[in-house]
Write a new protein. Structure first.
Length: 164
């Protein structure tokens, strides 16, 4: 006799359920980025600027090389965005203590404030969703998101906890 419980547990793998998962990601991302996008537009910035500000704020003194590894964009693209953020006083660069060729990045006070403003609505959205879903669902969500991430090194970043 087939295991009815096992069959029911696989219903989420049907085409319609998978497509709904894709759509949910699109809708969630649209709403997750809407308010920060409006703030960024006032500065003439886009989502690439937001990602740089976020990760430099999250990991102070990160190297340009590490940032390139996280964002997976070209040096040219990062140079354009980073140059703008440095010129406008949101990020500062300094040489590494061991390797003077290395450029370490840090948010300025102005950058810290912008990152706080950009992330506040996003933190509230995630906190509300987590509270409503409960701990078990949050852990399930984390597993799903880790499963979507393609690179083993990126997944390992989260196994180590919240710091680099």
């Amino acid at each position: 006799m087939p295991d009815v419980k096992s069959a029911a547990n696989l219903l989420f793998l049907r085409e319609e359920e998978l497509r709904q998962g894709i759509e949910l990601l699109y809708y969630a991302y649209r709403d997750f980025t809407a308010e920060p996008d409006a703030m960024l537009a006032r500065y003439g910035f886009g989502r690439a600027h937001h990602r740089v500000i976020y990760f430099v704020g999250r990991y102070p003194q990160m190297s340009v090389s590490d940032l390139l590894g996280i964002l997976r964009i070209t040096k040219q693209s990062l140079s354009r965005v980073l140059g703008q953020l440095v010129r406008q006083g949101f990020i500062q660069q300094r040489p590494g203590s061991r390797d003077r060729r290395q450029r370490l990045l840090e948010l300025t006070e102005k950058g810290i404030e912008l990152e706080r403003q950009l992330s506040e609505n996003q933190r509230q959205r995630i906190a509300k969703a987590y509270r409503e879903a409960g701990a078990q669902a949050v852990e399930g969500f984390r597993k799903v998101m880790l499963g979507i991430i393609g690179g083993e090194a990126d997944r390992r970043r989260f196994e180590r906890g919240p710091t680099r």
